[in-house]
Design a protein around this ligand. Sequence first.
Ligand SMILES: NC(=O)c1ccc[n+]([C@@H]2O[C@H](COP(=O)([O-])OP(=O)(O)OC[C@H]3O[C@@H](n4cnc5c(N)ncnc54)[C@H](OP(=O)(O)O)[C@@H]3O)[C@@H](O)[C@H]2O)c1
Length: 162
Amino acid sequence: MISFVWAESKHHIIGVDGHLPWKLPNDMKRFKDVTTGHPIVMGRKTYESFPNGPLPNRLNIVISRNPDYPVPESVVLLTDKNQLSQYVQPTEEAMVIGGEGIFKMFVDDVDRLYLTEIDHDFAGDTKMVEIDYNKFKLTEKKEGTVDERNIYPYTFKTYDKI
Ligand SMILES: NC(=O)c1ccc[n+]([C@@H]2O[C@H](COP(=O)([O-])OP(=O)(O)OC[C@H]3O[C@@H](n4cnc5c(N)ncnc54)[C@H](OP(=O)(O)O)[C@@H]3O)[C@@H](O)[C@H]2O)c1
């Protein structure tokens, strides 16, 4: 199955200048909890936004149009989404983690959404694709804790395809 994992602020903003527009450690923790142990599927730019290279304890799958894009041996490089089935079993939960073009690529295939909704207006240059929420049911909702390290109000939501 295919899941999306992302955080968006008001107006569906997800990125600015190649990085996240906000700092929200509790969301990073949720991302880690949700994705660890599952393959993560991402665009080349999202991969390059990781400060310390591939994320540990998950198969990192990078999508690029460049078949020669250099990745370490532990990382899988795809040039086409149809190659995904060679690396991920249908029973596994493949976590598509962005960015924009990669969410668009899988929007008709996605079964589950892990959304962090940030109730703040950020400037950005990358937006989440349009999702038809009529096709999904909200199965989990949890208000995030606001504190000195997590200063923006946020809500964790999970949706499953009806
Ligand atoms: N808030 C969140 O949850 C979240 C999640 C992910 C990313 N982000 C943010 O979003 C930004 C990065 O996202 P992005 O949308 O700019 O880039 P991206 O989707 O991560 O990467 C774009 C690259 O993916 C490859 N690609 C895209 N479509 C393809 C296709 N049809 N076939 C083959 N390869 C394809 C291309 O790589 P090549 O150029 O190598 O061919 C393209 O340049 C950053 O600011 C990041 O921090 C935020």
